[in-house]
Structures are given as structure tokens and as C-alpha cells.
Design a protein around this ligand. Structure first.
Ligand code: NDP
Ligand code: ZN
Length: 386
């Protein structure tokens, strides 16, 4: 009798597992069938130009939204990646992590968006949501590995490599999508998703307030956002860059001083004068000149990520006045939403040059950023993609 029961039980278990297997297989087949076709621009090696590139994205899951990308910003990080300056670039790479678009499809559990809403995606598309960092709203440091928007292994979707926003669409969890207010200036909003949050986050972390003396080193895509946030908060702002071309722009944006660091006499008298400094410089530089400018207990946020990231900071000037130097990486989703709402409400946007979605235009934009010619951010109009 027992033997028969066991036999029956084994039969039932194997039927259940065959059914489960079938369900899993069917699920996989449906997922494969429902993959979303995408097209955009990629480079295939570090010496390559941009080319049109067709690929697919994972299916729209129950918690996902599909976004039609309308505008995509060009960040200097994209250039570091394309040139493999940080190591580890997986080609072909479709860059782009400053994404503004419109929701065209929603998974069945999505509650934050409906079809037609404006939506933004920044530098990350997934994280565990459970570790201490995620719970603290710092998903960019997820202990179980953040999935970044491109060139990142998506361990929630079969370990495929993520592809970024120089493309016509995006499929992403609603938890990693931010709401773009309907009254936002859509041509300019995309760079807020990286340049905006990367500068907003340390400005808030260091609790900069009205009357504080602040410095912004590197006055490009990130730097000109930092200037605008600091001015809006009432800080007295000094800008540091290496050209004369942007002196008037800095003053126009509300900075009190502009220092061309190539003229050493302009640096005189600045030591021990600043409460807060943000450095956004993408190339090798000497951080110590900025450290020395900090007052006692002053804070310096390092956000620029030069190819050679081993910058040396002498401990002597740090210890001389309890100065604090810290690194900062983008910002969490909640604070990205706060930054976006604040920026739109206060009319704080990047100054942008909109280009067509053509490979040659992106090539041209990269050269211009590398040569320091852009004021201040290129944005690709993805609607012009052919
Ligand atoms: P941009 O190229 O737009 O701006 C860089 C600016 O720095 C330019 O104005 C450039 O001058 C200036 N500069 C170059 N060398 C010096 C120097 N020695 N001293 C002072 N200024 C200098 O870059 P982005 O703003 O897009 O990005 C800046 C950096 O931040 C990059 O390394 C990027 O990877 C990093 N980044 C970091 C993030 C993070 O989360 N930590 C997020 C996003 C970006 P000019 O153009 O006048 O020649
Ligand atoms: Zn960026």
C-alpha cells in the first residue's frame, strides 16, 4: 500500500514539475516573443565612429514601463565609456543616461504612470530594493549590485548588457523612472537626470545654505548645473575653469567670481575662503589647490571622474583644518524626483544645444565636448531618428 502511495505521489510530483517546467518554458518563450525592438546609435570599439544600431530590449514586465525616448543628453561619462577610459566597456555600446520621453506602455502592476505621461530615466535601471542602501534611498550603491542604464550586466534579465538612451525607446521598472512635470521644458529636461542630480545631491548632502561661500571647479555640463543650484540657494559662488570663453556666462548665471586657473595670479588670496567645493573636472588635475581653499570644516565633493582616477590628496592640508573630501555618485531615485520637481518649479535647466539623431552629429558633438567648445550640454532630439 505504502509503495503504491509513494508511486502515486512520485507521479503527482513529476506531473507538477513537468507542468512547472512547461510554465517556465512558456514564460521564457513569451518573454522572448515580447522583446521590444529598438534602434539607436552604437560604437563597436574605442576607435569607432557612431553607427546606426538595431537591437532588442527585454519584454515589458508587470512592473515596467516602455518609454518612447524624445530627448537624450550627452554626458562626459558617455565619452569616458566609449573610449573605454575607465576599463570594462562592453562593445557595441549604446550610451545615454539622460533620458526624457513619454510612456507608451505600462505593465499590469504599474501605478505611478499611465500611457502618455512624461517620464525620465537617469543612470540606473534596477537594484534590489531591500539592502540597507536601497532602503536608505541610495540605490546607486545597492549591495546586490545596481544595474546601470548602459554597459551594465542586467542580472534581473538573464545577464544581458544594458543599452542606453541614444535610442528610440527604453523598458524600465517604474521604480527607476521619475515623473517629469507636464509643464517642464522637454528639450532641456533630459540632462537633469544626470548632470542635475549629480550636482544637486552633494549640494544637499553638504547642507549648503544662503551666505555660504561655494566653489565649482570645472564649468561644463555638471558645473553649470551646480552653479545654478548654489546661486538659487543663496550661496556666494566662485567658478574655476581653464578658459576665458565662459567668464561672462558664469557671471550671467549669478556667480560672483570666475577664476581661470591657467592664470596663477587669479588663485591668490583664495586659500581658507570656501565652505563647500564641488569638482567636476573630467581630466587629470591637482586637487590640492582646491583643498587648500576650504575653510576649517569645509567640505569638498569630488564628482568628476578622470580616466586616471588615482588622484593624490596630501593629508597635511586636510588635517590642518579638519577639511573633508568625499566622493559622490549621481543620487538616489527619491532625491532625483525632488531635484526634478525643484528644478522645474524654479525654472532651473541646463543650457542646451539640440542636435539631430544622426551618427555624424553625435560624432561631431563628442569632438566638441572633448575640445571644450560646448555651451553647455548637447541633447539629441531622438524624434528625428530615421
Ligand atoms: P564637461 O566636459 O561638460 O565639463 C567639464 C568641464 O571641466 C569643462 O568646462 C572643462 O573645461 C573643465 N575642465 C577641464 N580641465 C579642467 C581643469 N584642469 N580645471 C578646471 N576645469 C577644467 O563634462 P561633464 O560635466 O559632463 O562631466 C564632468 C565629469 O563628471 C566627467 O568626468 C564625468 O564622467 C563625471 N560625472 C560623474 C558623475 C558622478 O556621479 N560622480 C555623474 C556624471 C558625470 P573646458 O570645456 O572649458 O575646456
Ligand atoms: Zn552622466
Amino acid at each position: 500500500m505504502k509503495k503504491i502511495d509513494l508511486f502515486l505521489l512520485t507521479g503527482i510530483i513529476s506531473v507538477i514539475s513537468i507542468n512547472q517546467l512547461n510554465a517556465q518554458d512558456m514564460n521564457k518563450a513569451t518573454q522572448a516573443e515580447n522583446r521590444v525592438s529598438a534602434k539607436g546609435f552604437a560604437v563597436h570599439s574605442r576607435d569607432d565612429h557612431f553607427h546606426s544600431h538595431e537591437f532588442t530590449r527585454h519584454a515589458v514586465g508587470d512592473n515596467d514601463v516602455q518609454i518612447e525616448i524624445l530627448y537624450s543628453g550627452i554626458c562626459h561619462s558617455d565619452i569616458h565609456y566609449v573610449l573605454d577610459e575607465w576599463g570594462g566597456t562592453v562593445y557595441p555600446v549604446v550610451p545615454g543616461h539622460e533620458i526624457a520621453g513619454r510612456v507608451v506602455k505600462t505593465g499590469k502592476n504599474v501605478s505611478k504612470f499611465k500611457v502618455g505621461d512624461y517620464a525620465g530615466v537617469g543612470c540606473m535601471v534596477n537594484a534590489c530594493g531591500k539592502c540597507s542602501y536601497c532602503v536608505a534611498g541610495k540605490e546607486q550603491f545597492c549591495e546586490n549590485r545596481t544595474v546601470f542604464t548602459y554597459n551594465s550586466t542586467d542580472h534581473y534579465h538573464g545577464n544581458e548588457t544594458t543599452m542606453g538612451g541614444y535610442s528610440n525607446n527604453m523598458v524600465v521598472s517604474e521604480n527607476f523612472t521619475v515623473r517629469i512635470p507636464e509643464n517642464a521644458d522637454l528639450t532641456k529636461v533630459a540632462p537633469l537626470l544626470c548632470a542635475g542630480i549629480t550636482t544637486w545631491s552633494p549640494v544637499r548632502f553638504s547642507k549648503v545654505k544662503a551666505g555660504d561661500r561655494a566653489g565649482v571647479a570645472g564649468y561644463g555640463g555638471l558645473g553649470h548645473m551646480a552653479v545654478q543650484y548654489l546661486v538659487a540657494l543663496g550661496a556666494d559662488v566662485t567658478v574655476f575653469d581653464i578658459t576665458e570663453d565662459k567668464r561672462q556666462d558664469a557671471l550671467r548665471m549669478g556667480a560672483k567670481r570666475y577664476v581661470n586657473v591657467n592664470n596663477p595670479q587669479e588663485l591668490e588670496g583664495l586659500n581658507n575662503t570656501l565652505d563647500f567645493i564641488i569638482t567636476t573636472i573630467p581630466f587629470d588635475y591637482d586637487p590640492i589647490i582646491y583643498v587648500r581653499m576650504l575653510k576649517m570644516n569645509g567640505e569638498m565633493a569630488v564628482v568628476g571622474l578622470p580616466a586616471n582616477s588615482n588622484i593624490n590628496i596630501s593629508t597635511l592640508p586636510l588635517g590642518a583644518a579638519n577639511r573633508k573630501v568625499y566622493g559622490s555618485l549621481i543620487g538616489g531615485i527619491k532625491e532625483t524626483q525632488e531635484m526634478l520637481d525643484y528644478s522645474v518649479a524654479n525654472n532651473i535647466y541646463p543650457e542646451v544645444e539640440v542636435i539631430k539623431a544622426e551618427a555624424s552629429e553625435i560624432d561631431r558633438a563628442y569632438k566638441s565636448v572633448a575640445a571644450g567648445e560646448v555651451k553647455f550640454r548637447y541633447v539629441i532630439d531622438m524624434k528625428t531618428l530615421k
